[in-house]
Write a protein that binds this ligand. Structure first.
Ligand SMILES: NC(=O)c1ccc[n+]([C@@H]2O[C@H](COP(=O)([O-])OP(=O)(O)OC[C@H]3O[C@@H](n4cnc5c(N)ncnc54)[C@H](O)[C@@H]3O)[C@@H](O)[C@H]2O)c1
Length: 447
């Protein structure tokens, strides 16, 4: 097996435990993305629609040589929770149930929402942990009160404990609004400092971190669909490892960044230079309204800007990528609702420095792209929690595939290239199931 397309590295790891019983999914923020995911899962369960865009539901994974023709469905290869065993609950700062919120979001057609009405109406949000200081454009009414942040965290823990009694396993996902930009501070450096900060109402602790703290303390994996700081701090990584509650980075990689992390690796692979990349968006949903606030936009901007710098590696290719002018804009434009339009103007240059241009105009549907990502993250985090070699490592870098801001161990640069991320994800699944990794070498076919 020296010249092989496979690595020959068969893993001697303990395989994941089976997905027995009900998986409870606690969603923070029952807005456009969350309701599109929940209604979508129910529509799929009833055979009304297909789970398009979801790797866990439709993806396949090649095993062995190309000549083996063995490519099972991913969900048949790894023990994922079945959609029929998924149970949703969540929190929101508004009292609307999932039917009302989905109708308000106007992502899905009235026809499909009406067909699912009784089910969607049955999911009513729990009162949220909210503070307008962290999301300026929202005025929450359905919120918890407590004597300090610690008290609020205890209330979220009580919500989790109550839900745990009705299901077998729990995962939490943040589908809430983008909070203001926060930098890690002293309060985030250890669990001890964080707990003191909760008592003292430290302003460095945002509501998303109160939920995350509650989840990780309860041993519940946590995914973050927004670019908020949340678990990207040492205290949360420590809690995640200590309580075997996996975490995985932040901000769903849906539209423009998804395109960027496809195109940029192509330019780099062909050694084409880039002098400028101008990205702008118009968006009219509540997310767009929140991002119209400069402090929330700053959080999103940081997350969106990161990918190119890492993909292009200007320190390795100074002639090609040292002087890129990279700009990202988001403009709130109500007439478009959830149907975002994202434009990219890319100034590239080729042989002898001759300039060329590429224009991308992506007329996308934000929540239609995000919903399958949210679902996959939930199902894969649940798998990680049942996998002996993954559950206590904290950050699940193999889930970077889904995120604008992948999380990595300190000192390790993140992989943003979608195809590296995809390979990493699938090889992780092969690894935990004891199958050969695939390297794409393939010389053995020519022996
Ligand atoms: N749709 C996409 O393509 C996409 C991509 C990447 C990231 N995101 C992020 O996902 C998040 C959700 O997007 P959306 O379009 O569903 O937004 P949305 O405004 O429709 O939904 C967010 C919901 O969160 C609620 N909320 C805010 N703060 C809360 C808190 N502290 N506790 C509980 N609920 C709270 C809001 O009331 C609202 O119902 C946003 O942060 C967005 O930036 C979305």
């Amino acid at each position: 097996m020296s010249n092989t397309e496979q690595s020959g590295q068969k893993s001697a790891v303990a395989k994941p435990e089976p997905a027995k019983g009900k998986l409870g999914v606690m969603v923070v923020g029952l807005g456009a993305v969350a309701t599109t995911m929940i209604a979508g899962v129910e529509a799929v369960r009833r055979g009304l629609a297909k789970p398009i865009g979801s790797l866990t539901q439709m993806g396949t994974i090649r095993l062995g040589k190309r000549t083996d023709h063995t490519s099972p469905l991913l969900k048949e290869f790894v023990p994922l929770a079945d959609l029929n065993d998924v149970v949703f609950t969540g929190w929101d700062i508004f009292e609307d149930n999932v039917y009302e919120s989905a109708a308000h979001a106007k992502v899905l057609d009235k026809e499909i929402i009406e067909q699912l009405k009784p089910y969607l109406q049955s999911i009513k949000p729990l009162p949220a942990v909210f503070d307008q200081y962290y999301v300026k454009r929202l005025h929450g009414t359905h919120v918890k009160t407590g004597k300090n942040k610690r008290d609020l965290a205890e209330q979220v823990r009580a919500d989790i404990q109550a839900f745990k009694k009705t299901v077998d396993r729990v995962v939490m996902i943040w589908c809430g609004s983008t909070e203001i930009f926060l930098e890690p501070s002293a309060v985030h450096q250890s669990v001890e400092a964080f707990e003191k900060g909760l008592e003292a109402n430290d302003p460095g602790i945002a509501p998303s971190q109160i939920y995350a703290y509650a989840a990780l303390t309860e041993g519940v994996p946590f995914a973050n669909g927004a670019p908020n700081l949340t678990v990207d701090v040492p205290a949360m990584i420590e809690l995640s490892k200590r309580n075997s509650a996996p975490i995985c980075g932040k901000d769903f990689k849906t539209g423009q960044t998804f395109m960027k992390t496809v195109l940029a690796p192509a330019f780099k692979a062909r050694l084409l230079g880039v002098s400028g990349w101008y990205s702008t968006n118009i968006l009219g949903n509540r997310d767009g309204e929140v991002l119209d606030d400069p402090e929330s936009f700053k959080t999103k901007e940081e997350s969106k800007l990161g990918s190119l710098e890492y993909i292009f590696q200007p320190e390795l290719y100074p002639d090609l990528y040292r002087n890129i002018f990279h700009k990202v804009r988001i403009n709130y434009y109500p007439p478009r609702g959830d149907n975002k339009e994202g434009w990219d103007n890319i100034d590239i240059f080729g042989w002898l420095g001759y300039p060329m241009q590429i224009k991308v105009d992506f007329l996308c549907r934000d929540s239609i792209l995000a919903a399958p990502i949210a679902l996959d993250l939930v199902l894969f985090l649940d798998l990680a929690k049942r996998t002996p070699s993954l559950k206590s490592i904290g950050i699940q870098e193999w889930l970077s595939f889904y995120l604008k801001s992948p999380q990595t161990r300190e000192g390790l640069y993140p992989e943003h290239d979608l195809f590296i991320q995809s390979m990493k994800l699938k090889n992780t699944l092969r690894h935990i199931m004891g199958a050969d990794l695939i390297t794409h070498l393939g010389l053995e076919y020519y022996d």
